[in-house]
Write a protein that binds this ligand. Sequence first.
Ligand SMILES: Cc1cc2nc3c(=O)[nH]c(=O)nc-3n(C[C@H](O)[C@H](O)[C@H](O)COP(=O)(O)OP(=O)(O)OC[C@H]3O[C@@H](n4cnc5c(N)ncnc54)[C@H](O)[C@@H]3O)c2cc1C
Length: 475
Amino acid sequence: MKYDIAVIGAGVVGSAIARELSKYELKVILIDKEEDVSEGISKANSGVIHAGFNVKTGSMKSRFNREGLALLTKTADELGVKYKICRKLVIAKNDEEKPYLLKLLEQGRKNSTPGLSIIDRETIKTLESNIEGKWALYSEKTGIITPFLFTIALAENACENGVIVKLNTEITKITKEKESYKLFSASGELISESRWVINSAGCASDNIASLVGDNKFKIHPCRGEYFILDKAHSDMLNMAVYPVPPADGSGLGVHFTPTMNGNILIGPSAEYINDRDDLATTKKTMEQLKKEAYELMPIIKNFGFIKSYAGIRPKLFNSQSNSNFEDFHIAESDVNPRFINLIGIESPGLTSSPAIARYIVEDIIGEKEDLTRKKEFDGRWKGAAKIYDKNSDEYLSLVKRDSDYAQVVCRCEHVTKGEIKKALNNPLKARSLKAVKKRTFAMTGRCQGGFCLSKLIDILQKEYSIKTDEILRLR
Ligand SMILES: Cc1cc2nc3c(=O)[nH]c(=O)nc-3n(C[C@H](O)[C@H](O)[C@H](O)COP(=O)(O)OP(=O)(O)OC[C@H]3O[C@@H](n4cnc5c(N)ncnc54)[C@H](O)[C@@H]3O)c2cc1C
């Protein structure tokens, strides 16, 4: 129950921090209110590894985006998580929009973003024959990653290296002792006592700060809705394609993003809402997304959509001016020593996450504590369940050892019983349909679980004795 450091929030940022801390001789606990990691903002975003030209020069966003671009791919390589440097176009429909591209190019140069150039309609067509536009900013270094899988890998690897991961635990009370903080759950249970607390609670980070009397932050949730195209259209797009964004700074505009799994994402919208848990998708917004998407890629009129979803941007407003902060707030609290707040971690928070983690550990904590590196840290994630190449020698030898790997459960995504069982045996003990879905992609294909759901329920019941009600509650 006594720890050196407690991290509240197991999204990509909290999980990256926990993994970074697991490299040192420290007792660390990572706490999340949900039944699995990556159930907040880190589950529902575009999954783009931003190259760094979109963010204001000199900001924390620009620093961590630049450092994160290199560090995220290095971390993903260490863990064994796949990503792709797919490239990106920002499209100007006409000459009037071209100055915005030149502004981005200039900002990118100031931010030391590599691989940027302006290209014309003909070159756009050679790169993306289905995209309409007169000019584009071309970025060679933009990439994609599956955000929830990266988060799971970070958290599970932190756990494999000694971090205690406590799920289903909402922190609702924090008391400040002389040299430590005590964290209590909603049921009144004392969850941890630690010298340091890291508040990485995403959309709830302002509430967590106010539990210890720091009331100056206010998150305004801004919902972004997406829809997903059927995999059958995956060869229609090679790279991420963005429009010139709306002038109000709410987001980067409705864009097309290929996913690592072969789908194309379209979105997100940008709508300020009152309820930060409201992840509804609406017909009205879907129609608007389609309208904007058709302008960039007219051919999608004929394509099939398989699903919609939404994510929430944790927009941080200045309570005095009520205008948007443009930057992340990442600092030790000025009223609570050794209490670090990460607030307003919107885009490019995924890209920045390993760089933020290194900053927190080496620069903020490392300045006050003598940190000793662990000799036995192993950065390779052991829990990867999904086997992408079913013709590989690795897969064939698995089948010889365990025939469950030859039994296909999810036909759309070709997921085997062996992969599902491996996913369910994760070190975090997250045993739900959602946990299986995020680790294997079962139920994410065209039929959305219509075929495999009953088989998955059967496995959860037979192998883990979980009741049907409970399985469906955590769907
Ligand atoms: C629409 C959209 C698109 C985006 N696209 C990109 C992109 O392409 N590239 C990019 O780099 N970034 C992108 N981002 C930004 C990126 O997704 C976020 O910056 C990042 O996921 C934030 O991670 P986090 O760990 O801070 O928050 P979260 O993932 O939300 O994690 C916070 C965690 O805290 C937990 N929690 C909350 N309250 C409590 C409590 N009281 N007790 C215990 N646990 C609690 C939650 O359950 C949650 O798991 C996008 C964001 C959005 C919304």
